[in-house]
Every structure is written in C-alpha cells, then in structure tokens.
Ligand binder design. Structure first.
Ligand SMILES: Cc1cc2nc3c(=O)[nH]c(=O)nc-3n(C[C@H](O)[C@H](O)[C@H](O)COP(=O)(O)O)c2cc1C
Length: 166
C-alpha cells in the first residue's frame, strides 16, 4: 500500500508535523505540498495536514478535501496556536471533520504550532479583545511543535497505519 503525506503550511509548523509523520511510515511513501498533488489515485491512505485559520480549517484544506479526497481513506493532522486543552479547539476540529465528511476519516491528530510574530502583531492591533488575547499569548507558542509533540505525531502515524492494515 502506498501512503501519501500532503500538507499546506504557511510558516512551516504543519510541515514539521508532516515530516515527523512521514519519518515513521513504513514502506512505499511520498510527501508533498497540496499544490503538487494532482489526485489521490493510487494511494491507500493519505495524511492531510493544515493549520487552523480563523477558527476552522485553512481555506486551501477545505478546497483540497472537497476536490480530491471524496471517498478516500484519509487521516488529518492539524496545528493551531491555542493549547490542545483549550475548550474552543474541539469546535474548530469539528469543522475540520465536517470538511472531510465525504472522505473515510481514519484518524485525526492536532497539536500546537507557533504563532508567527507577524500574525501576533496583527492580532494585537485588533479592536476585538479576544483577538488581542490570542496575540498576547504568542510567547506560549514559541518553539511548538516541540520534540514531544512531534513524537506524538509519529505515534499517531504508526497507529493510523496499523488501523488501515488491521
Ligand atoms: C490568518 C491566521 C489565522 C489563524 N487563526 C487561528 C485560530 O483561529 N486559532 C488558532 O489556534 N490558531 C490560529 N492561527 C495560528 C496557526 O494555526 C498556527 O500558528 C499554525 O501552527 C501555523 O501553521 P503553519 O506554519 O503550518 O501555517 C492562525 C494563523 C493565521 C496566519
């Protein structure tokens, strides 16, 4: 079975998770960004990664899932600046599941990814206190995903492959 890891990553955080997943996959495998993937024909399983943008899946991920993943076995991996335990994260992940509702979703992994300085500066200038509070928490995200989270991503990859094979 051939496995694909594909991702959209603006500042490189989701890319780090993609690499950690790819590293742990056995056998025939490929890794490439969304824009280099024509279709998912020939892959038994595809890991699809992207960041949360504005409380839901990044728009290119919505487009990719709708155009290319219908009826395919997929596993999602998602990064966001909020801590995994943040109560709002569950809702954002539900929106990601919804975007993949035409696919066969085998698994989902999410973890923190660093909020870029540029985006934090932008959020700090917002009139919305909630947006400003996100900007203020950039420091807590620096260095994420760390080695622990990347290891968890690798474990997720192995577990997901076992599910498909089993
Ligand atoms: C325009 C924009 C909106 C974002 N919205 C959210 C959000 O709603 N919730 C959140 O936790 N993180 C949000 N983030 C942070 C990213 O999800 C996070 O930094 C992610 O790890 C970036 O991944 P990337 O480097 O692969 O693009 C946002 C980032 C950008 C650029």
């Amino acid at each position: 079975m051939k496995t694909l890891v594909t991702y959209f990553s603006q500042t490189g955080q989701t890319r780090k998770v993609a690499d950690a997943i790819f590293e742990q996959l056995p056998g025939d495998k490929e890794i490439k960004p969304f824009d280099q993937v024509e279709n998912l024909d020939g892959y038994g399983l595809t890991f699809i990664g992207f960041p949360i943008i504005a409380f839901g899946p990044a728009p290119p991920a919505k487009d990719f899932l709708a155009a290319k993943a219908n009826g395919k076995q997929v596993a999602l991996f998602i990064t966001h600046a909020a801590p995994e335990s943040d109560e709002r994260v569950g809702e954002w992940l539900d929106r990601c599941r919804e975007a993949a509702s035409q696919s066969e979703l085998i698994g989902l992994f999410d973890c923190m990814g660093e909020l870029s300085e540029q985006i934090a500066d932008y959020l700090l200038k917002s009139d919305d206190p909630m947006m400003r509070s996100y900007g203020e928490r950039r420091q807590d995200t620096v260095g994420q995903p760390d080695s622990t989270r990347l290891k968890q991503a690798g474990e997720f990859a192995k577990e997901t492959i076992d599910k498909v094979k089993g």
